[in-house]
Design a protein. Structure first.
Length: 425
């Protein structure tokens, strides 16, 4: 199947489309006006030349009938007379026609003479033709200048509009990336007495939406942090009381639920700190292979560690271990064995062989308090892993392997060490 060639990316811009539209419209308008002026002036010039030729023919006819000598420009059957006009005169009719005489434009007028001959006169049309050619050149030149000036003015006006649209789009992308303080701040939206165009209306709507969204998110973040802080104190007392209970199955259940509540509370506090962007990293040199092995030992799970290529990166070890621990724990809780943790340079992958990540998670990333398929948990592990990865400046992506299973890929920032030059001996 043959594919149509795609146009360059710059042709999709509004500036290019507006410029092309202005150019086409200006050219069409200039051509229409030029044709109208050309036709009008040509008709007027031809009419005047025809009237002069007919007047001269009347004089020549009177001279011919009186037997006087014909004046200048009047002749009987001249050789330059157009054949169709000669035939018309021989039939006894009068007429005019543009032609040439001695290779110069001329307006011919002819009428009947005696013995089937034609009496003809000619009027010089060269000056008229020259005037029309000059007018055409003037129309063409003025049209080019008008189109150029219109393009400059139109491109300037359209560029001002598109620049404001690009600013609005850039602010919208910043808001989507989490910069809730970003605003367009179009000056047209600040003065209520000033008329607003469509771009200003869009910018104002975006700023209002961002302010409402920021206020709502901050309210939710404060609520989450307040709830977690309020739960921490009674849960600490509850945990201490559970430790005093006599051994038995009920005591184990109580301790298990208290531990789950404490873990949830700590996760909520960590999420609130990530949302407030108040975390600070403690950077240090760290080899990724030993960190991966330490995370697997701490998780007490049957996780296979494969080190393809070990590198030393500058990162926060505690946060990196937190990310990997959450990924490994999620793979064991919601995936299927075997779980493989692979270190290949600055890229670390955690893969299980279960049913894979849900579609919503692959498309939009992890969402807190959302799980599917009746899975246990609160959906906070992957959310925390993603947040901590962002603090580290790393990129964490979630996909499904082609042959089945969930695949989490963590790409850490890494600068290849510069090797010292080898000087020849």
């Amino acid at each position: 199947m043959r594919h149509r060639p795609r146009l360059p990316a710059w042709t999709a811009s509004l500036t290019w489309k507006a410029t092309a539209f202005i150019t086409v419209m200006c050219c069409a308008l200039a051509a229409l006006l030029g044709v109208l002026v050309h036709v009008s002036v040509t008709h007027q010039t031809v009419r005047e030349a025809r009237e002069r030729a007919l007047a001269r023919l009347d004089e020549a006819t009177a001279e011919f009938e009186a037997g006087d000598r014909l004046g200048p420009g009047a002749r009987i059957d001249p050789p330059d007379l157009p054949a169709s006009l000669h035939a018309l005169a021989v039939r006894g009719q009068r007429g005019t026609m543009l032609g040439s005489r001695d290779s110069r434009p001329a307006m011919w007028a002819a009428g009947p003479a005696s013995d089937g001959r034609a009496l003809a006169v000619d009027v010089d049309y060269g000056q008229n033709a020259h005037t029309i050619d000059g007018l055409d050149n003037a129309i063409l030149g003025s049209s080019v200048l008008a189109i150029g000036a219109t393009l400059l003015v139109g491109a300037f006006a359209v560029t001002r509009v598109t620049r404001r649209l690009h600013t609005t789009a850039r602010v919208a992308r910043k808001i989507s990336a989490g910069e809730l303080d970003a605003r367009v701040n179009d000056p047209r939206t600040k003065d209520p007495q000033r008329h607003q165009d469509e771009v200003a209306a869009v910018a104002g709507a975006l700023d209002s939406m961002a302010s409402s969204l920021q206020a709502r998110i901050l309210t939710e973040q404060r609520f989450t942090a307040d709830v977690a802080h309020e739960l921490r104190t009674p849960l600490t007392g509850l945990h201490a009381a559970a430790e005093l209970l006599p051994p038995g199955r009920p005591t184990e259940l109580v301790r298990d639920r208290v531990a789950a509540l404490r873990t949830l509370t700590e996760d909520l506090l960590e999420i609130s700190r990530l949302d407030s962007r108040s975390e600070r990293v403690e950077l240090d040199d760290a080899w990724l292979g030993p960190i991966a092995e330490r995370v697997v030992r701490a998780s007490a799970t049957q996780t296979e560690v494969t080190v393809v290529r070990d590198v030393c990166v500058v990162t926060d070890r505690r946060r990196l271990e937190r990310v990997l621990g959450n990924l490994v724990g999620n793979a064991h809780r919601h995936g299927g064995p075997p779980v493989v943790l692979t270190v290949d340079g600055p890229v670390i992958t955690v893969r299980d062989h279960g049913e894979g990540y849900p579609d919503y998670l692959v498309e939009h990333g992890p969402q807190r308090f959302r799980t599917e398929g009746g899975a246990r948990g609160h959906g906070l592990g992957l959310t925390i892993a993603l947040g901590q990865a962002e603090v580290l400046g790393a990129r964490l992506s979630f996909t499904n392997a082609p042959d089945g299973g969930a695949l989490a890929t963590l790409t850490l920032p890494y600068e290849r060490p510069v090797e010292p030059p080898v000087w020849p001996l």
